[in-house]
Design a binder for this molecule. Structure first.
Ligand SMILES: Cc1cc2nc3c(=O)[nH]c(=O)nc-3n(C[C@H](O)[C@H](O)[C@H](O)COP(=O)(O)OP(=O)(O)OC[C@H]3O[C@@H](n4cnc5c(N)ncnc54)[C@H](O)[C@@H]3O)c2cc1C
Length: 203
């Protein structure tokens, strides 16, 4: 017998997980399906949270570097990028686990895998091993968010031409090119990434 739900939310980002929690609080037997392997969507995994973590750390670095101009001498200031990335990853893990806890606390069933329609009331969930689980539902909410899209002819290689996700995982601070990103990242989200790397590279 297939598991039967009153509502299934496909996508565990801020749109999806909040909706699933609210539905469960209103008394519906609810499931949430997320393919990424961790909850919180773009925002918690590769968006708002990691970008603001790096932005804050780069601000601290920039401030400390410029303290001597104001009469505070603290010797050589070095940026340890791998530690900075670890600190960002730690913030992401704590928050994504926090969302998992919230789903559990509100009795939302969490499925790890990619959701797709088998029929109007039947959802297939394929996990990373391609193992399929079928569930039945009365209602479906699609909250699958968005992914970065490259411009024709300048596809992401995640080294020189990076998506927002790649920009959060750079292994080295770009020396000269950081500011030229400005042209592509003219959004609010892009500006925080550009600022992070400009402050870290100081060129
Ligand atoms: C670098 C960056 C910085 C940002 N900073 C901010 C900020 O400071 N403030 C702000 O308000 N917003 C910010 N945003 C935007 C914010 O992240 C998004 O608006 C928000 O995440 C959208 O939420 P969502 O739930 O609609 O989609 P998403 O967060 O994209 O979540 C959708 C989820 O659905 C999953 N999914 C997709 N298809 C399937 C499927 N078939 N089966 C199962 N799961 C599936 C995806 O894996 C994903 O986890 C930023 C974005 C980026 C990229």
């Amino acid at each position: 017998m297939l598991d039967k739900f009153q509502a299934v939310v496909i996508g565990g980002g801020p749109g999806g997980y909040v909706c699933a929690i609210r539905l469960a609080q209103l008394g519906l037997k609810t499931a949430c399906i997320e393919s990424r392997g961790s909850l919180g969507g773009t925002c918690l995994n590769v968006g708002c949270i990691p970008s603001k973590s790096l932005l804050n750390l780069s601000e601290e670095f920039h401030k400390v570097q410029n303290l001597s101009n104001k009469g505070i001498e603290i010797g050589e200031v070095k940026l340890n990028l791998s530690k900075m990335m670890k600190s960002k990853d730690k913030a992401v893990t704590i928050l994504t686990k926090g969302v998992e806890f919230l789903l559990k606390k509100n009795k939302v069933t969490y499925f790890k895998g990619t959701g797709s329609f088998k029929s109007k009331n039947e959802i297939s969930i394929k996990d990373s091993q391609n193992k399929e689980t079928l569930i039945k539902t009365d209602n479906v909410i699609i909250a699958t968010g968005s992914d970065p899209v490259s411009l024709p002819g300048i596809e992401f290689d995640e080294k020189i031409i990076v998506s927002s996700t790649g920009a959060l995982k750079l292994e080295k601070v770009p020396k000269k090119n950081a500011c030229s990103w400005w042209r592509i990242y003219r959004s609010r989200d892009g500006i925080s990434l550009v600022k992070t790397w400009c402050r870290s590279s100081c060129s």
